[in-house]
Design a protein around this ligand. Structure first.
Ligand code: CO
Length: 212
């Protein structure tokens, strides 16, 4: 059997098993989507949002890209954020990076990855520059990459807080809470590294909208 055919076969087995365990499961789920969480994670195949958090379909709304970046001109990400915050009314937005992230490691090199990848990785290089004093002081390359991964998650959470989508929801409904997490490929554990409550004061004044 070809690997692609195995996927479809496995899917059938999974659906039958779930339906047998809980009759009517899919019919009920098809009618309603009320996730409590928006997950912004890395595209890395080793970091599946639902598996590592023990959640089921319907519980997490997911957006993934290389190195879990929140870029204020990314229409894809902003659409997901807008829909999750204003229509699904999620109470938590989680940015989850992971140690050993290829995107973070690539951004730390001076290698030309050509065109679009250079453009994408630039955003991580900007985070490095912001914290270069702290990062340059770390001799061990892996530890430096780990720290950049944590700082990158923190910066992406701050980027969320700079959007009018988040600031308006904070002002009107005191939600969502923002969370920065880092997942460990080596132990399967998530480390919380940064949190933001519904409060504009955590971001630089120039980003604070005062007429929402
Ligand atoms: Co990654």
């Amino acid at each position: 059997m070809k690997p692609i055919e195995k996927l479809l076969l496995e899917n059938k087995a999974w659906a039958h098993e779930l339906e047998a365990e809980d009759p009517g499961y899919f019919k009920r789920l098809a009618k309603l989507q009320t996730p409590e969480f928006l997950w912004i994670g890395c595209s890395d195949s080793r970091v599946p949002a639902d598996r590592i958090t023990g959640t089921m379909p319907g519980e997490i709304f997911v957006h993934r890209n290389i190195a879990n970046l929140v870029i204020h001109t990314d229409v894809n990400l902003l659409s997901v954020l807008d829909f999750a915050v204003n229509h699904l009314k999620v109470n938590h937005v989680i940015v989850c990076g992971h140690y050993g992230c290829g995107g973070v490691k690539a951004a730390m090199t001076n290698h030309d990855y050509k065109y679009v990848l250079n453009m994408w990785l630039r955003n991580i290089k900007d985070v490095y520059r912001l914290y270069s004093q702290e990062l340059d002081a770390i001799d061990d390359e892996e530890k430096r990459a780990d720290r950049l991964t944590e700082l990158n998650v923190k910066e992406q959470v701050m980027h969320l807080a700079k959007t009018s989508i988040i600031q308006r929801a904070w002002k009107q409904e005191r939600r969502p809470q923002l969370h920065g997490w880092v997942y460990g490929l080596k132990d399967g554990l998530i480390k919380p590294v940064f949190d933001m409550e519904a409060n504009q004061s955590g971001i630089d004044p120039i980003y604070q909208y005062d007429d929402l």
